[in-house]
Design a binder for this molecule. Structure first.
Ligand SMILES: Cc1cc2nc3c(=O)[nH]c(=O)nc-3n(C[C@H](O)[C@H](O)[C@H](O)COP(=O)(O)O)c2cc1C
Ligand code: SF4
Ligand code: SF4
Length: 272
């Protein structure tokens, strides 16, 4: 059985989850979600997985674009890992509906809880709690890999009903504002003009002007720029100067830059 895992990520949690799943399944290829969604994405593997962070209790735009670009082929087994910080809400139901609207079928979908990268609300929490989440996520991925290897159909995981109703409403209210939320970013005087933020942005939303980043209001809110800036010079609103930065401990800057370019350096690879 051959598996192709497609991932989207800001701080590496989803890339790591895809890697753990690939290692469990064997004979798996991992690629960033293609950014070119003009041409249909044809999947050759028997099994296709979509691994992505939950954003504002729903699907991030690049994941929606990817699903809309998938060539209609009901013969594959599709599954998803919704990587989140404890509130998956109705994200996998949204994905299920989106796939049905495309003539595709999501056979299984899992809630994978990892440390939070949503720095506007605070840091990732104490190191021991973070490691506990990562270890529990690893165990869960190992457990569910047998469901995927057996191509079993399983209802997608979801949050409590109140969360699904209320937070899906928040999602629908906020979704169209995401591209301009970058107006809250600013850069402090620790900036060394290294250009990493511009290179890491998956959607070319950061221009360097006089050696400092300028955000262009087509942001995906992946938070890679603020979390990976080596000087911690990027801020969001008033509180982030005192919040700890986060990225997954087993994912490095080059992995994320490669992923943001959708190319084969590091992030796009086969796992035997
Ligand atoms: C804009 C944004 C919105 C988020 N919304 C949610 C959410 O609704 N529920 C949740 O549990 N986590 C939420 N998170 C946290 C991420 O889903 C979580 O930290 C995830 O593991 C990050 O994955 P990544 O490292 O692959 O980007 C949000 C993060 C961002 C950046
Ligand atoms: S990554 Fe940080 S230090 Fe480097 S240019 Fe961007 S803001 Fe400045
Ligand atoms: S500007 Fe920052 S938060 Fe927005 S898409 Fe680019 S890297 Fe992600």
């Amino acid at each position: 059985m051959k598996t192709h895992l497609f991932f989207y990520t800001g701080t590496g949690n989803s890339l790591w989850a895809a890697r753990v799943m690939a290692d469990e399944l064997g004979n798996a290829e991992i690629s960033p979600v293609p950014r070119d969604t003009v041409n249909p994405v044809r999947i050759e593997a028997d099994v296709a997985g979509i691994v992505f962070p939950v954003h504002i209790w729903g699907l991030p735009q690049p994941v929606i674009n990817f699903v809309k670009a998938l060539a209609v082929d009901a013969s594959r087994y599709y599954f998803a890992l919704a990587v989140n910080a404890g509130q998956v809400a109705a994200t996998l139901l949204q994905l299920d509906r989106l796939m049905i609207s495309r003539g595709l079928y999501l056979s299984s979908g899992f809630d994978i809880v990892m440390p939070s990268n949503y720095i506007p609300w605070g840091g990732p929490g104490p190191g021991d709690k973070r490691m506990k989440r990562i270890n529990e996520a690893r165990e869960k991925i190992k457990r569910i890999s047998s469901i995927i290897a057996g191509r079993q159909k399983d209802p997608v995981e979801k949050g409590p009903i109140w969360q699904n109703i209320l937070f899906s409403w928040f999602y629908s209210l906020s979704f169209s504002h995401v591209p301009t939320l970058d107006k809250n970013f600013w850069v402090d005087d620790k900036c060394s003009s290294c250009n990493i933020c511009s290179k890491i942005c998956p959607c070319g939303n950061i221009d360097m002007r006089a050696g400092k980043p300028a955000w262009l209001h087509k942001c995906e809110q992946c938070l890679a720029c603020i979390q990976w800036c080596p000087e911690e010079a990027i801020q969001y609103g008033k509180k982030t100067p005192r919040y700890e930065r986060y990225h997954h401990p087993e994912v490095n800057l080059m992995d994320i830059i490669a992923a943001s370019r959708g190319n084969a350096d590091g992030a796009n690879h086969k796992r035997a």
